[in-house]
Structures are given as structure tokens and as C-alpha cells.
Design a protein around this ligand. Structure first.
Ligand code: PAF
Length: 281
């Protein structure tokens, strides 16, 4: 496995390889969710590149950024086991040199939900993702559906800016008890880890109610918020029942289905999760 720590090293490696290239962008602290993206890329492409870069521009405060878990040796060992061809680990000065001045802003899709709770977050995500797509020149890039709004934002920017990489959405990977895998889960205390199950419980309640015929967006949102409200260690940041494409709130779950998105504070950890309702087109 090639580990490219500089742009020059990556470009040199990239020039030597042919065939279809799969890209899995990450911020490290890898878990089975990331590895499922790598395995899918492995199955569908000839060469797999994983990037590990904790992107400072998508964090709101330097505390958040400092607290982000990092363990490069462990990450590299996991990627070696998955037979990844190249890991690109650029430094901050390489990605954002002192005279860096160009930002990617995806409008509308970022107006709500994570966009409100984390101002500037998607500007940082969209900018770094476009940089990584330009650098890697991959045929396909793999993104998890757990970060649903991020996935939609990346799809939009690729379409709007004619980026010749296919974005492949991949299902959320869950622990056996339903908790969505996230690098942030390591910060949960044992009590908070138990309390965090409320996200899956609340989303499952909405999915079941929708299956049983409840199509009112507000009622479904209320059911989710009430379920979260019954867990004393949890505090909902937002609960949304939205159009799966535009992410605008829906009053009714129609033929196109809906997505229920939640962000919840459990202790000092902020977790997000989502479920599709109805049959999205
Ligand atoms: O989902 C993530 O880990 C990050 O937002 C990404 C896509 C790697 C960009 O920094």
C-alpha cells in the first residue's frame, strides 16, 4: 500500500496507475462504516484510494477540531488489511496554503438542518471534496448515507460543476443494537452510549408509523421529537421530515417518500442519523 503524504507523491503514484479508480474520502478514525465504503470501492473499481484529512474548514470551533479522534497508525493498518492501493494523507498547509482564497458554496441545499446548526460547515466540506475529486481524478467516489445532507450537497456540486466522477451513495452501517457508526461514538460514556440508542428508536418509530399509514410530516416529526424527549440524557437539535432530494420540509409523505433527519446531543456528543420514509424516487 502506497502512503502519499504530499501532493507530489500522490500525483506521481496516480500517473502510474490505469484502470478504474475508486475514491473514499475520510477524516480518519476509521470504523466499519468507512470500511464498507472501501470494500464497495474494491468490488467496483480496479484501484482504491482512501484520503485521510481532518479538514479544519468544516469545523465550527477549534475545540471541536482538536477533539476529533485521530489514530493514523491504526487507520493505515485497517486500510492495509482491506488491500487499499494508496492512502493520501495531505497536511493542512498543502490543502490550505496561506494565500488560499477560493471556496465552494452550494446554495439552497445547505440552507437548513446541518447548515443552520453548523454555519460554514458545508462550505468547508464542498471545498475540500472538490479539491480531493480534482486531485484524485477518480471514476467513482463513495459517500455514506449517514451524512445524508452532505451526500446531497456533494451530488449537487458534482452535477453543477461538471465533475467527471460518479458519486456512489452507500447505506449507513449500524452497530448490532442500531446505533449508526460514527467516529464521534468513541466520545460517548457508557451511559451516553446506551442513551444514544434513542436516535435509532425514534427513527424506527417514524418508519413504522409511516408503514402503518401515517403520512402527515408534522405528526411523524412530533413522534420522533417526543421519543427523543423521553430520553433524559438526550436533547434534539433538530428533527426534520423533508423531501429526500431538496431537503425542504414536507407536510405530507407523498409518492416520492421523505427523509427523516435528526441531530441529537447526547451528553456532550452531537450525533446525526436519518431514515427514509415511504418509497423515495
Ligand atoms: O464525511 C467526512 O468524513 C468528511 O466530511 C469528508 C467527506 C471526508 C470531507 O472532509
Amino acid at each position: 500500500m502506497n502512503v502519499a503524504e504530499s501532493l507530489e507523491a500522490f500525483v506521481t503514484w496516480r500517473e502510474t496507475v490505469g484502470g478504474r479508480l475508486g475514491l473514499v474520502p475520510t477524516m480518519g478514525a476509521l470504523h466499519d462504516g468507512h470500511l464498507s465504503l472501501v470494500r464497495r470501492a474494491r468490488r467496483e473499481t480496479d484501484r482504491v484510494v482512501t484520503t485521510i484529512f481532518v479538514n479544519p474548514t468544516q469545523f465550527g470551533s477549534s475545540d471541536d477540531l482538536k477533539a476529533y479522534p485521530r489514530d493514523l497508525d491504526r487507520d493505515l493498518a485497517l486500510l492495509r488489511e482491506e488491500r487499499v492501493d494508496c492512502v493520501f494523507t495531505p497536511g493542512e498547509a498543502m490543502m490550505y496554503p496561506g494565500d488560499f482564497s477560493t471556496w465552494v458554496v452550494v446554495e439552497r441545499l445547505t440552507d437548513r438542518w446541518e447548515g443552520v446548526s453548523r454555519p460554514g460547515h458545508f462550505r468547508g466540506v464542498a471545498t475540500v471534496v472538490l479539491k480531493l475529486l480534482n486531485i484524485a481524478r477518480a471514476d467513482r467516489a463513495y459517500f455514506g448515507e449517514k451524512d445524508y445532507q452532505q451526500l446531497r450537497v456533494v451530488e449537487r456540486l458534482v452535477q453543477d460543476l461538471n465533475v467527471p466522477t460518479e458519486i456512489v451513495p452507500c447505506p449507513t452501517v449500524r452497530e448490532s443494537d442500531g446505533l449508526a457508526m460514527s467516529s464521534r461514538n468513541v466520545h460517548l460514556s457508557p451511559d451516553d452510549r446506551r442513551a444514544a440508542l434513542v436516535l435509532f428508536r425514534a427513527l424506527s418509530a417514524a418508519r413504522d408509523a409511516c408503514h402503518a399509514g401515517e403520512r402527515n410530516g408534522e405528526a411523524l416529526g412530533r413522534l420522533v421529537a417526543e421519543t427523543i424527549g423521553r430520553e433524559p440524557r438526550a436533547r434534539a437539535d433538530y428533527v426534520a421530515v423533508a423531501d429526500p432530494r431538496t431537503l425542504e420540509p414536507v407536510t405530507r409523505v407523498g409518492r416520492g417518500g421523505a427523509v427523516c433527519l435528526v441531530a441529537v446531543w447526547v451528553g456532550s456528543v452531537r450525533l446525526i442519523d436519518n431514515v427514509l420514509l415511504g418509497s423515495p424516487g
